[in-house]
Ligand binder design. Structure first.
Ligand SMILES: *[C@@H]1O[C@H](CO)[C@@H](O)[C@H](O)[C@H]1NC(C)=O
Ligand SMILES: *[C@@H]1O[C@H](CO)[C@@H](O)[C@H](O)[C@H]1NC(C)=O
Ligand SMILES: *[C@@H]1O[C@H](CO)[C@@H](O)[C@H](O)[C@H]1NC(C)=O
Ligand SMILES: *[C@H]1O[C@@H](CO)[C@H](O)[C@@H](O)[C@@H]1NC(C)=O
Length: 819
């Protein structure tokens, strides 16, 4: 070895003459293969005889590395015909160093040299050899060390081992691996399988050589068998938690005696459990200690007996579900009376079956049987066969106990007997319920010395007496329990605590609690029950429990008048009414109710309140007094009717009731008859109208004639002409002269009417001593007297001219007609 190295690393200057180039000089380097990062010196020397003709033109020498000009800083000594370049650390794995003559004509290559940098070999590791069971050759492989970057050779060497596992240079045999491989196969003929041999690997390159740590072995023990194959897996129903496994050997190596190892894991587990016991020789095994009704995976591996050689790989996986186990424990039970049906409800907890039930669902459902024994001689009655955790039944009188057990496909549990004790023992004291978290309630109580245990029941608040109860047990000596099942925030729960005694059950203590309180969902709507000008009585319905979100601590009534600051009154949580006093009359108030719990407050809707100006009594009094005044006035009016009448409505003469009969110049004094009544006056006023009954037809004709002639005559303005009709003149009721007329209507029943129908009176005799004005248009005095038919209704425009005809109206079969 040392010799070889000496040859290789000898301090010899090597000269390289690259063929094919017309080199006119030489490059000298210490070694073309150097250690990576080591310093490098190279010198270029011209040989004049070869570079003839060039030297005259030469300016100097120039260096390039891989075609790139090397900076002048790397140059060492430059003489006329030689140059030296120096690298303090050469850190390229390989590079071509070239030397040029620099002349006026250009660059002329003198020579070049390839430099390789790398590392000395590092020792290979993990040398291992396995006997191939087919050809019994020994396959050795190793893990090479760091890449040396330069060409490195590996040789596997082996020799007989003499006791110690030392490298022995004598009688060594080599095995040369293929290029780039790190394994080598030693043929069966080159070793004795029963003789111990030592093997090592030598790595060698231009920078050095190294050996691996040696490996000693008996070739026939260097075996790695193929894994065994599981043939059969069975769960043993007689032994829950046990399985039997059977397997066979792999094809190769059946002649070798083997040991086996088993490993297993549950379906949901990641890590395998290796069974510590190795199975020697046998091809079957029973494994126990597994969980019942669970799915397990199994694997096997093997090794040459007595652990000689190497473990095989793990074989292929097989799985099975382990047998089910019958429930073993007694059930934990409780009971309560249902108020609605008067039934007894039995409650129990599912038995704790290891983690089987939690993780997998391979277990069959558990069924529960509840039986009661009604009397001494009667046989038991099964009242429930269920998979639920409760059972309700009517308890015949005299039955003091029930029994319950659970069963599944594997068997049944022992029977649990339940006695229906009266619940009149001493209750627990000092019970306190506080929130534990949003999903938990913390119940604390004072320990009862003689209590054998405790039962806690809790329900979401419900108005019905039989809520969906949750329950749990606590051991004797407990003083605290955390309730977690079905607890939600903002929800009221009722908790009951029962101490259990030797032969009785304590009476329960009941307490309401919230795991977290919040502001109520709503605030009640205010209702005005009564009010007056200065106060208002309000009432409201309590908030339904589901909307409270906590215990109502108080209600606050706010009332606001105009822009003034609001006023408030705080009431306790049980209040449902309030009276606001000292209100301003005839004002508007805004009123609202705030409801609060420990978790917050909420305001209700605003109610607008108008206070009246007066109270009801005052109003009544006022109305009464007004009525009184009105009544008295009315009475006065009635008593003094006449006078008042006269005062208010002066007497109007009624022409229709006036009579002119006895009214002649001779009877002047007759006209001065004392007038006592309006009747008389009316009679007197009546002008000399002689009404003759006329047929309607004629009347119509005549009336038209009349109108025509009236108009004609009127236009003529002649007072006393005309054969047929008297002249019509505008009527002016002058104080001292009243004009009278006689109207004679059409002939009666085909008789020719008298020549003069309408005669103007020329009398100027005043009608009445009492000068009253003429009736107005609306004063149809005519109808005051019960005259028969035959009436003229004078048209509006004519009325002003002929007021006395105003009241004339003709009724013909119910319909009026006018002139
Ligand atoms: C060598 O073998 C050891 C142990 O057997 C192992 O931990 C290590 O990874 C192996 N080295 C290589 C490079 O494979
Ligand atoms: C309970 O009910 C199930 C299903 O109806 C039935 O298979 C089982 O035999 C019953 N068990 C008993 C003990 O009656
Ligand atoms: C009784 O069992 C039924 C069915 O499993 C269930 O829905 C109900 O909540 C149970 N009642 C009580 C009080 O546990
Ligand atoms: C360079 O070449 C060497 C031999 O090759 C000679 O001995 C030197 O004299 C020569 N030097 C010069 C300056 O040409």
């Amino acid at each position: 070895m040392q010799r070889d190295r000496g040859i290789l690393l000898g301090e010899v200057l090597l000269f390289f003459f690259l063929p094919g180039t017309h080199s006119c000089g030489t490059i000298a380097v210490e070694s073309p293969i150097i250690q990576f990062g080591a310093p490098l010196t190279a010198s270029c020397t011209l040989q004049q005889e070869l570079c003839r003709g060039l030297e005259e033109e030469a300016v100097g020498l120039l260096w390039k590395l891989d075609g790139n000009i090397i900076p002048k800083s790397h140059y060492r000594s430059v003489q006329g015909n030689s140059s030296t370049v120096y690298f303090s650390n050469f850190n390229k794995s390989s590079g071509i160093l070239s030397c040029y003559i620099k002349s006026v004509k250009g660059l002329y290559l003198v020579n070049n040299v390839q430099i390789n940098a790398g590392y000395p070999p590092s020792p290979p590791s993990n040398l291992s050899c396995l006997m191939n069971l087919t050809d019994e050759g020994l396959v050795c492989s190793w893990q090479p060390g760091r890449d040396p970057l330069i060409k490195t050779s590996a040789i596997l060497l082996y020799s007989r081992s003499k006791g110690q596992c030392n490298i022995s240079p004598e009688n060594k045999t080599t095995c040369i691996p293929q290029e780039g491989q790190s394994s080598c196969t030693i043929s069966r003929i080159h070793f004795n399988p029963t003789q111990k041999i030592v093997l090592w690997v030598t790595m060698q390159n231009a920078l050095g050589s190294v050996d691996s740590t040696p490996l000693c072995l008996f070739p026939n023990n260097a075996v790695k068998l193929d894994p065994p194959i599981i043939e059969r897996l069975d769960s043993l129903h007689s032994r829950p938690g046990c399985v039997s496994i059977e397997w066979r050997m792999a094809k190769l190596g059946t002649w070798i005696e083997q040991w086996y190892q088993l490993r297993y894991r549950r379906e949901w587990e990641i890590n395998w459990t290796e069974s510590q016991e190795l199975i020697d020789g046998s091809l079957k095994n029973v494994l126990c200690g597994l969980s019942p009704a669970s799915k397990y995976h199994f694997q096997l591996r093997c090794i040459k007996s007595h652990l000689r050689g190497y473990w095989s790989e793990w074989g292929t996986e097989s799985s099975l579900i382990t047998a089910e186990e019958a429930p073993k424990e007694m059930l934990i039970t409780w009971w309560r009376k249902l108020q609605a049906t008067e039934q007894v409800q039995l409650l129990w907890k599912a038995p704790q079956l290891k983690e089987v039930r939690r993780q997998t669902s391979y277990a069959s459902p558990l069924w529960y049987i509840v039986k009661i024994s009604p009397g001494h001689h009667n046989s038991d009655i099964a009242v429930c066969n269920t998979t639920a955790l409760n059972c309700s039944f009517s308890l015949p009188s005299g039955t003091g106990k029930a029994s319950i057990w659970a069963y599944n496909t594997a068997g049944s549990s022992p029977e649990t007997e339940l006695l229906f004790y009266d619940r009149n023992g001493p209750p627990a004291s000092g019970i306190q319920v506080s929130p534990d978290s949003d999903q938990g309630l913390r119940v604390e109580w004072e320990q009862q010395v003689s209590a054998k245990g405790y039962i806690l029941e809790w329900c979401k608040y419900s108005p019905s007496p039989d809520c969906e109860v949750n329950w749990k047990t606590e051991l004797a000596g407990s003083r605290l329990s955390i309730l977690r099942d079905n607890i939600k925030p903002l929800q009221m729960y009722t908790v009951w605590l029962y101490p259990l005694y030797e032969n009785t059950v304590g009476s329960s203590v009941q307490i309401n609690a919230y795991s977290r309180q919040g502001a109520p969902a709503l605030s009640p709507k205010l209702q005005l029950t009564s009010y007056s000008k200065s106060q208002a009585a309000l009432s409201w319905e309590p908030i339904p429990v589901e909307k409270r979100n906590g215990f109502i601590t108080n209600y606050t009534v706010f009332w606001i008048y105009k822009n003034e600051k609001e006023q408030a009154a705080t009431l306790n949580g049980s209040a449902t009414s309030f009276v606001i006093r000292n209100l301003q009359p005839f004002s508007m108030y805004k009123v609202f109710l705030m409801s609060s719990t420990a978790g917050g407050s909420v305001n209700g809707t605003i109610m607008v309140l108008h206070t009246p100006l007066m109270d009801e009594l005052e109003t009544v009094m006022l109305v009464l007094s007004i009525t009184c005044i009105l009544f008295i006035t009315a009475m006065l009016c009635l008593c003094k009717h006449g006078r008042i009448n006269k005062q208010l409505w002066p007497i109007v003469p009624d022409p229709a009731n006036s009579s002119m009969g006895k009214w002649s110049p001779m009877l002047k004094e007759g006209a001065k008859v004392a007038l006592n009544t309006s009747q008389d006056i009316n009679q007197l006023i009546t002008s000399d109208l002689i009404i003759v009954e006329a047929e309607e037809k004629n009347l119509q004709k005549h009336s038209s004639n009349f109108k025509q002639s009236y108009l004609e005559s009127h236009s003529l303005q002649s007072p006393s002409t005309a054969q047929g009709l008297a002249t019509l003149q505008s009527y002016v009721n002058i104080i001292d002269s009243v004009q009278y007329a006689q109207v004679i209507t059409g002939g009666y029943r085909q008789q020719s009417p008298p020549a003069s129908m309408y005669v103007r009176s020329d009398s100027t005799q005043p009608l009445l001593g009492d000068m009253s004005p003429s009736p107005q248009n609306y004063e149809n005095m005519w109808f005051h007297s019960k005259q028969e038919d035959s009436v003229f209704l004078v048209e509006e425009e004519t009325l002003t001219d002929f007021p006395l005809l105003q009241g004339l109206k003709i009724h013909g079969e119910g319909e009026a007609f006018s002139l």
